[in-house]
Write a protein that binds this ligand. Structure first.
Ligand code: SF4
Length: 317
């Protein structure tokens, strides 16, 4: 499939995994590493308490200080993916917390050490829109001259009232500013979204597909809002002030979203899961690929696919 070409009716979704395979000509997996970062929405520089769904216990000093060298984390992750998925090459994913929140020297050291491995094609860096200094963007731009570099921006909701309600600590305007500052530099941009916030409506959420369609965003990750232990969201579930959406509502909304998402945007994820030991609600007990196929099956039932509701000029943009 080329950029702008309608999604094949059998394919339904432009998956990120397929995109990587087309782009690099081999099986590529993402390997998660913990770079030892924290979050400005936790340490008081931007906010305190964090997002209402963020696991408090994961911010204990023990977790953030006892770091295994990134090379060891990569080796373990690569061995796992080689064994399980026969992966050939890897993208190192700096996932935990805010991975551009630190001195640029620390960022450069970590990113370059990850990229030094001969089987690593690139890096993916998860961060917040308010945590991208000009120096960090210049560093990522420099690395992108020779490697694949994706910046994963947490937006979660485009509704500022919801962002305030979930104590997100940034606005839509800051996300738009970050996208503008990242664009045109050879970087890929991924946007993280969640559906099911307190007070959120399906129509309100679906505006996000139109927003993404208007921006130079390369991929999205979407999941349902879910509560884990040690979060304010878990408290809200227990005191009845938040009810999780049902699985049928989520699948239907994910399909509506995809139908309005341009085919050029790849889809990295459609589900969020948590270990049983800390899972509070909802309790769908699905594996990632089960949700993926639930969405594909619903698209098939509808006779629809990603981008099918867009005018042809938007599909091809
Ligand atoms: S931005 Fe991420 S790491 Fe920071 S509080 Fe929110 S969910 Fe937690």
């Amino acid at each position: 499939m080329t950029v702008g070409e309608p999604i094949h009716s059998q394919l339904r979704i432009n998956s990120y995994g397929s995109y990587l395979r087309r782009r690099f000509g081999c099986r590529v997996s993402k390997v998660n590493v913990d770079g030892g970062f924290t979050c400005p929405n936790r340490d008081g520089s931007r906010g305190t308490g964090g997002c209402i769904y963020c696991d408090n216990s994961s911010f204990s000093p023990k977790e953030t200080q006892a770091l295994i060298p990134v090379e060891e984390q990569m080796a373990a992750g690569m061995a796992y993916h080689r064994e399980r998925l026969s992966s050939d090459k890897f993208i190192v994913y700096f996932q935990k917390y805010t991975n551009t929140y630190g001195p640029v020297e620390k960022l450069a050291d970590l990113y370059r050490r990850a990229l030094a491995h001969p089987d690593v094609l690139g890096i993916s860096v998860g961060t917040r829109p308010d945590s991208l200094s000009p120096a960090a963007i210049d560093l990522l731009t420099d690395l992108a001259r020779e490697h694949y570099v994706c910046v994963e921006l947490g937006l979660q909701s485009m509704d500022d009232a919801i962002l305030t309600r979930i104590n997100r600590g940034h606005t839509l305007a800051e996300y738009l500013d970050a996208v503008e500052r990242l664009s045109g530099r050879g970087l890929e941009i991924c946007t993280h979204l969640i559906y099911g916030f307190p007070g959120e409506t399906r129509n309100g959420f679906l505006k996000t597909a139109r927003l993404i369609a208007s921006l130079p965003v390369n991929s999205v990750k979407l999941h349902q809002l879910h509560a884990v232990e040690n979060t304010r969201l878990a408290d809200m579930y227990r005191d009845g002030s938040w009810q999780p959406i049902g699985i049928d509502e989520y699948v239907a909304t994910a399909c509506d979203f995809l139908e309005e998402l341009p085919a050029r945007v790849t889809v990295q994820r459609l589900y969020g899961s948590a270990p049983l030991a800390i899972r509070v609600a909802p309790n769908w007990n699905l594996k990632n690929n089960q949700m993926w196929y639930a969405v594909i099956n619903e698209l098939r039932r509808r006779g629809s696919w990603q981008g099918c509701r867009l005018a042809s000029e938007v599909r091809a943009a």
